[in-house]
Structure formats: C-alpha cells, structure tokens
Ligand binder design. Structure first.
Ligand code: FBP
Length: 220
C-alpha cells in the first residue's frame, strides 16, 4: 500500500488542495494512514523526507506541458536516490511512444545499477500497451515490480507478470465506494498492492479512505 505524490511535477499544483499542496501534510498522512511507503521525486525527498516510512524515488518525470509522444527522461541517479534514503526506485515508461527505445534503454541501465546498489526497481508501465502487455514487458526486463493501470486485461496481466509483483494504479479520483470496490477486485485477482495518490489525498477525509484501503490490502 503505497502513497504516490509525484503529481506536482507530472500535473502541476492543479491536482492539489490547500492541504495536499503541503509535502509535510502528505508525509504525515502516509505515516498515520498506514502506508507502507511513499513515492516522491528527488526534490521533495531532499526538502521533506524525514525517514519515518520507506521511500520510493521516481527517477524520471515530465511535465504535462509538452504535447505529442511522451518521453520521460531520467532526472535522478540511482546513487542519488540511495543517498536520499530511498528503499526502492521507480521509472515510468510510455510503451508505444516513438521515444520508447530511449526509455527502455534508460530503464535497462537503471535496473543494472539498482541491482548493484541493492535497490528494487518498480516500473510505472504506462502508454499504449494494455495492462497485460505492460506487465509482461516489466517481467521481460527483470524489474522487481510493475505498476500498471487497470483495464479489461487486468486478470491476464497478473498471469503475464509471472512471479513479479504487480501494483495497480489508483487513477483519477472516483467515489469512496468505487475506489474501494476496485481495490478489492484487484486484490482478488492477485495484485500485490495498490499505488494510489489522488483517490487518497483528494478525498474529503484522506485518513478514513486510507484506513479502509488498508483493511482491503491487509485483511486480518
Ligand atoms: P494516481 O493514483 O493519482 O493516479 O497516482 C498514480 C500515478 O502513477 C502517479 O505516480 C503519477 O503522477 C500519476 O499517476 C500519473 O497519472 P497520469 O498518467 O494519469 O498522468
């Protein structure tokens, strides 16, 4: 159960309200909400990370300003992420983009370096491939886990991923009930977990939805 908070770079402050714009608020929420880790870009890690819970640093990112085929290049090294206290690193690939070869190559090098430094790599497998193809690419690349967006191929994606853990993305804000129902369905088809952002901190009661989500991810 991982809280994503890299949206300030990816989407801009438009995603945030008066509370969620504050990184210290989100770090506290991640901790008291029972999250297993938080995802940050390196800047927020440098300014705010207080080592209260495990950190995943996103090594690449792009803004929403550049249109056309997406390309997201590495902006933080694996070593820098490790020095900032990361327990794992993340990298987004846009499969099917004309820049896909650049991102796959970069991810391949990151995978090699991260293995040497003992950090797991989570691939944010986005772009034009369906979830099953996305998951399989992650397995073929030797990633430690992938994060994929839900679609109608999600059950096949779990099979295609083999032994590699699969996280499902939270996605756009939906209702409390719908988000939890989705999470329950993902876990039933053997997702490893959820990496969500907006459905948590855009909720009117982020702590309540975090606790409800935790009951689904870790049923007692
Ligand atoms: P959400 O649960 O808010 O979708 O966050 C997950 C995430 O993968 C973030 O890490 C990332 O910033 C965002 O979604 C990207 O969303 P999109 O691809 O829709 O721009």
């Amino acid at each position: 159960m991982i809280l994503a908070y890299d949206h300030g770079l990816e989407h801009g402050p438009v995603d945030f309200n008066h509370y969620s714009i504050k990184p210290e608020y989100i770090l506290n929420l991640a901790q008291i909400g029972g999250f297993d880790a938080i995802v940050l870009q390196k800047g927020l890690a440098e300014y705010y990370y207080d080592q209260q819970l495990p950190l995943v640093i996103k090594l690449n990112g792009k803004t929403s300003l550049k249109k056309g085929d997406p390309v997201s290049r590495q902006i933080c090294s694996v070593q820098e992420a490790k020095d900032l206290g990361a327990s794992a690193v993340g990298y987004t690939v846009y499969l099917g983009s004309k820049y896909e070869p650049i991102m796959l190559r970069e991810l391949g090098s990151i995978e090699e370096e991260a293995e040497e430094l003992g950090l797991p790599v989570i691939g944010w497998m986005y772009g034009k491939a369906d979830s099953s193809y996305s998951a399989r690419v992650g397995l073929e690349m030797g990633l430690d886990a992938v994060k994929i967006k839900a679609d109608d191929k999600l059950a096949l994606a779990m099979e295609a991923a083999g032994e590699m853990p699969v996280y499902v993305s939270g996605g756009n804000k939906t209702t409390h009930q719908k988000f939890l129902e989705n999470a329950r369905n993902y876990m039933e088809i053997r997702a490893y977990g959820i990496i969500a952002g907006r459905n948590i901190w855009q909720h009117k009661d982020p702590l309540a939805i975090s606790k409800d989500l935790r009951k689904i991810i870790y049923p007692s």
